[in-house]
Design a protein around this ligand. Structure first.
Ligand code: GAL
Length: 667
């Protein structure tokens, strides 16, 4: 070897040695936890999701991150990561639950835990990060719902070629940027149209309240023929009030007239014991926006925004206060009282009723609600009487801490017990109160909810504003046996709407669902005959959200008086077709591009994602949909006839979007 070669080899060696960067051991618990998305609660540094010492399988950890599946976060490593290590599992603060942990580097799974159950000892991760630009952390629900899925990443650290790690990638901002909102529905016509439910009910001798929802240029005046004795209509507002003594069904002809014309519709009024919610309840609930920070002012601002945006003219009625209104202690006589955020519940209900709307409230059969406020245990009758005195029209009754009263492995009778007590208490009151069970579907609640005197029951855990939540909760309806139990007066409730500005607490963000996903959400809830409770701050609704919630042809599918729940007739990789029978003999059909969310990488927004370009042609034969003969097909979102079809539907459907049509036999 000559001298020059030896010299240059030496130089290269020295050079590469000096280039070898120093690595640093960095803990992820030092980053901003607010960028972590957890399906329930807020992720915490060095604590479990409930704020306890991180503990897995009996072993405690000083450092790490507590999350609640489904949870996710992402780091921009920019190829500077060397190794990652951690211990993962379900926190011992839960004794049930199952999850799966994933590490995904540039869309490829680089480590997965397999199914992890509560009480399992921690699993060790020790992987190379060589060459990875983006590293994503995911915990899924182990395919059995999110209950008790308190998932810990303990001692989570990275060997890194720099002294500081970048903050987590803001997936919410990335999602918002990837989603442009587009409006599909034309504005309501100037001529009058009567909207919403075609049937309503009330118990005999209890206060009746129904506003005829109608659109068209103001002012509109109303008339009603054949109103049952005891009821009167306010011609200027369309609000019908009074009490009817005699049981029976009355067909009332209601008319709405303005300067542009007249509209007429039959409204069936059913007077009978407990004949409530004969179509799925429509309204608003405070939980998905305000969480426990709800107050009278916030409720009132949503009432006023509901009226200002005219949503009440499309059938939206209930204004429901969720958890967070109760005082810390009961009055001396045991009566439940409101906290300082609700100075006068009766004043609020009077205001709501004067506008033709209704007021809902929330409690738990346990000692405490899920938010830690007072529940109704041993005060059920007293509470029902207080609600009636306040003028409450709707009660959501949430299992929560009742778990401590029930046996460890509840049997059917144990699930029913607390709901029977409140049913009987509600029935004794001088006003109707819609009874909404919330116990996340335990014990197949759909099989016995009606026997509890309930008009609706939650069939799932809590929804959030992500595609995977919408997918598993909404489309998951096809995989349980609840479908057949949906009928007028009894509804399966897949939880509230996640459109508009949501947040589950004082700070709100735009729903992370893309515009297409939001069209999917409302279409699917309409097909499922699901109760629709808007979960956003109504005072901040943008034009897109208002448009989404005021399509009367879509709402007609939700409010159809047959009360059938749609069935899934086609499920292929990446698309599904759902069909609902309607009262007039036609069918509502949803063709959904579900985009095959099931890959772990699909839970994240990656740089080069061209989500919206994944349009799919979905084809569904009439045979598969149980239809035969020539059909007129109408696009419900665009309110436009698409023409006559003879043997199949074939539609271009955007990624995670829907084509929602009504198919009517041609005359
Ligand atoms: C949960 C319930 C939510 C909300 C919350 C209030 O159990 O599913 O919808 O009501 O409690 O604390």
């Amino acid at each position: 070897m000559n001298k020059t070669i030896i010299l240059s080899l030496l130089t290269v060696g020295l050079f590469s040695a000096s280039c070898q960067q120093k690595t640093h051991t960095l803990y992820l618990d030092e980053l901003d936890m607010s960028k972590i998305e957890s399906q329930w609660g807020k992720s915490k540094a060095n604590k479990s999701i409930d704020g306890a010492t991180l503990t897995i399988g009996g072993k405690t950890f000083e450092r790490g991150i507590g999350t609640h599946a489904t949870s996710k976060f992402m780091l921009n490593l920019d190829k500077k990561g060397v190794r990652l290590s951690a211990q993962v599992g379900i926190d011992d603060e839960k004794t049930t639950g199952s999850v799966e942990f994933y590490l995904i580097g540039d869309k490829k799974v680089i480590w997965e835990s397999g199914l992890v159950k509560a009480n399992d000892s921690a699993k060790t991760i020790d992987v190379s990060l060589k060459g990875i630009k983006k590293l994503a952390f995911l915990v899924t629900d182990g395919k059995d719902g999110i209950d008790s899925d308190h998932a810990d990443w303990c001692d989570l650290k990275i060997e890194y070629k720099d002294s500081v790690l970048p903050e987590f990638v803001d997936q919410k901002a990335a999602a918002a940027a990837a989603s442009e909102k587009f409006i599909l529905t034309p504005k309501p016509a100037e001529t009058p149209r009567i909207n919403g439910a075609k049937i309503t009910g009330c118990s005999p001798n209890k206060p009746f309240l129904f506003k005829v929802p109608a659109t068209g240029v103001a002012p509109i005046t109303f008339t009603a023929e054949n109103l049952p004795e005891g009821l009167t209509l306010d011609a200027a507002t369309g609000i019908i009030t009074g009490k009817v003594a005699k049981e029976g069904e009355y067909t009332v002809k209601v008319t709405a007239t303005n300067a542009k014309g007249t509209a007429t519709r039959d409204l069936r009024i059913v007077i009978g014991e407990g004949k409530l919610a004969l179509t799925p309840p429509m309204g608003w609930n405070s939980w998905n926006c305000w969480g426990l920070s709800v107050s009278e002012d916030k409720v009132k601002s949503s009432v006023d925004a509901m009226l200002a945006a005219g949503l009440n003219n499309h059938g939206w009625t209930y204004m429901n206060i969720d958890d967070g209104w109760e005082a810390k202690e009961r009055a001396k006589n045991g009566e439940i009282v409101c906290n300082e955020k609700f100075p006068d519940m009766k004043r609020l209900s009077d205001y709501v009723h004067s506008k033709g709307l209704k007021l809902g409230i929330y409690s738990s059969p346990g000692t405490l609600t899920c938010g830690g406020y007072l529940g109704s245990l041993k005060h059920e009758e007293q509470d029902a009487a207080t609600y009636a005195k306040w003028g409450i029209d709707y009660l959501k009754y949430d299992w929560c801490s009742y778990g401590q009263e029930a046996p460890q492995n509840p049997q059917l009778a144990d699930y029913k017990k607390p709901y029977i007590v409140m049913r009987d208490a509600l029935r004794k009151q001088s006003r109707d109160i819609v009874y909404s069970l919330c116990q996340y579907g335990m014990g197949n609640v759909w099989e016995w909810g009606a026997e509890m005197g309930a008009q609706l029951w939650r069939t799932t855990g809590d929804i959030n504003d992500s595609w995977q939540s919408l997918y598993s909760i909404g489309f998951g309806r096809a995989t349980n046996s609840s479908t057949e139990y949906s009928k007028p007066g009894n509804w399966n409730d897949p939880d509230m709407l996640v459109v508009g500005k949501v947040g589950w607490g004082p700070s709100l963000h735009d729903s992370r669902l893309t515009a297409d996903e939001q069209y999917t959400h409302i279409s699917l809830w309409s097909l499922l005959s699901a109760p629709m409770l808007i979960g956003c701050d109504m005072s901040q609704m943008d034009e897109f959200t208002i448009n989404l919630l005021t399509n009367d042809e879509v709402i007609d599918v939700n409010q159809d008086i047959l009360g059938k729940q749609a069935k899934r007739v086609i499920m292929e990789s990446g698309y599904e077709v759902w069909v609902k029978d309607l009262e007039d003999g036609s069918k509502a059909v949803g063709l959904f591009n579900t985009g095959g969310v099931k890959e772990a990488a699909d839970y994240f927004i990656w740089d080069d994602q061209a989500a919206t370009s994944n349009t799919l042609t979905i084809s569904a034969t009439f045979e598969a949909m149980g239809i035969s003969g020539k059909q007129v097909v109408r696009d419900l979102w665009r309110q436009k006839d698409l023409g006559e079809y003879t043997d199949k539907l074939e539609m271009e459907v955007p990624y995670h979007g829907v084509v929602f049509v009504k198919v009517t036999p041609s005359k």
